[in-house]
Design a protein around this ligand. Structure first.
Ligand code: PGA
Ligand code: ZN
Length: 468
């Protein structure tokens, strides 16, 4: 059981935060600062960690860009590895992904600097030390970095260490990762997978401005049946697209990337595919979820450009209302730009009772931002991405904020992924009831769904579904 400690307010990442700050003074080597560590200790519930090794290397992600593989070793002999994900349509408030900017390697996208930070400063600071639990270790990483956006050591370096340490800690406790990630008040459940079957926006070279068209088997009786539905609809969609003369090439998240330009055209063919595969379109069977990723097509003058049309915020809201009226869309993520605050409030007022409205680029998995959004009545759910905030503990805090507020939460992959399946266990542990991990195709996407099926197979007692 991970004790999240006191609900310490997490600093809001300043939008305009300087990317590089002077290095903070390092505390002398030795025991960690104990106040936080002590507050995290809870008899019998926190696994003490003695770190013996921390190592990283540069590997490739699913888009052929460098990322980190990090391993953490514990004194009891447990060692675990983590692969770090990487986004393309990122929110401006995300913790900083450190890249080398050395144009002679990988077009500047190398991560040797971040690898060097893990193998050097982070390893030196952690090895040989005891931590009361994962939250104490994550706090030590945050303190060592010393910046609000983890830009000194790199959020990619820090999140890799945090994920590997969480996995090693579960190994030490002799439990599967999802049980190791358990927190007070959360009840484990298998989430509804949201399969991204049609890609556009920053994830595909087609003219489609909306980024993600997902299918969500809300009506499935269990995770195995949900995965089967996702795969069967995906196959039916391939047939429909091929028959209509479209290319069936894939986008970054494994969904098809046909030459469709209007979002409604894409929705129409997806509904046909759901029916072709023998499922009922809608919340009783297979529903649709959208992630337009609207920040990507918001213009400097505040308008939105969809298939060449210039739309105001209220035009966009009208468009979404028509979409929800016509199609079985149950969830819309990033329907408006990350800085369109008044628009988000209007959108929530207009559609918040009818559909799930998910904040991603505007919330960046930051517990303080989500807390404020809950208070301000912005959206009704948050997307949860480990590398947006940069440690497992802060990610668990974000999930806890959502749970306590009765707000939805959807655990998410990134468009650049590895074979790491951490998010499957995270979704199960939190009981949030929703996950998105791309298409039911391509190894790095399928790995997460297969892990969910494995958990479901081993624990048939775990419930499946949204949970409310
Ligand atoms: P990204 O896209 O990983 O490229 O940021 C995912 C999303 O927008 O949800
Ligand atoms: Zn998104």
């Amino acid at each position: 059981m991970i004790d999240l400690g006191d609900p310490t307010p997490v600093p809001v990442l300043a939008r305009q935060a300087p990317r590089h700050r002077p290095a903070p003074r390092l505390r002398p080597a030795g025991r960690p600062r104990t106040s936080r560590a002590r507050s995290s200790r809870k008899e019998g519930s926190v696994v003490p960690l003695h770190i013996t090794a921390v190592q990283a290397m540069e590997i490739l992600d699913s888009r052929s860009r460098p990322t980190l593989s990090v391993s953490v070793g514990l004194a009891d002999g447990n060692t675990a590895r983590a692969g770090v994900p990487s986004g393309a349509s990122t929110g401006s408030g995300e913790a900083l992904e450190l890249r080398d900017h050395d144009a002679s390697r990988y077009g500047g996208a190398g991560v040797r600097t971040a690898v060097g930070h893990v193998n050097g400063e982070i390893a030196a600071a952690l090895c040989g030390r005891d931590f009361a639990g994962l939250s104490a270790l994550d706090q030590a990483l945050i303190d060592l970095d010393g910046t609000p956006d983890k830009s000194r050591l790199g959020a990619n370096a820090i999140v890799g260490v945090s994920m590997a340490a969480a996995r090693a800690a579960a190994g030490q406790a002799g439990v599967p990762l999802w049980q190791g990630l358990a927190t007070d008040g959360a009840t484990a459940r298998l989430p509804v997978p949201h399969f991204n079957v049609l890609n556009g926006g920053a994830h595909a070279p087609n003219p489609l401005d909306f980024q993600e068209f997902m299918i969500a088997p809300l009506g499935a009786p269990g995770i195995a049946e949900a995965v089967r539905a996702g795969s069967e609809v995906y196959a039916a969609l391939r047939r429909r697209l091929a028959e209509a003369g479209h290319t069936t090439g894939l986008g970054d998240e494994g969904g098809f990337a046909p030459d469709l330009a209007e979002p409604e055209e894409a929705l129409r063919v997806i509904v046909q595919a759901i029916t072709d595969a023998g499922y009922e379109p809608g919340t009783g069977g297979v529903a649709i979820a959208l992630d337009p990723a609207a920040s990507e097509f918001r213009q400097p003058d505040g308008t939105y450009r969809v298939n060449g049309q210039v739309l105001t915020t209220s035009d966009m809201i009208t468009r979404y209302r028509q979409i929800v009226d016509e199609f079985p869309v149950w969830s819309i993520e990033d329907g408006l730009g990350e800085d369109d605050d008044t628009g988000w409030a209007e959108l929530t007022g207009a559609l918040g009772e009818r559909v799930q409205l998910v904040g991603d680029d505007n919330f960046v998995t930051n517990p303080a931002i989500i807390t404020r959004a809950v208070q301000d009545g912005i959206a009704n759910a948050a997307l949860i991405k480990l590398n947006q905030i940069g440690t497992v503990t802060e990610t668990l805090h974000a999930l806890e904020v959502c749970r306590k507020a009765g707000y939805g939460a959807m655990v998410s992959h990134r468009s650049g992924e590895t074979d790491d399946t951490f998010i499957a266990d995270l979704a199960v542990a939190s009981g949030c009831g929703r996950i998105k991990s791309g298409a039911p195709a391509r190894g790095e996407r399928v790995a997460k769904y297969n892990r969910l099926m494995e958990i479901g197979h081993r624990h048939p007692d775990l419930p499946y579904g949204l949970g409310r």
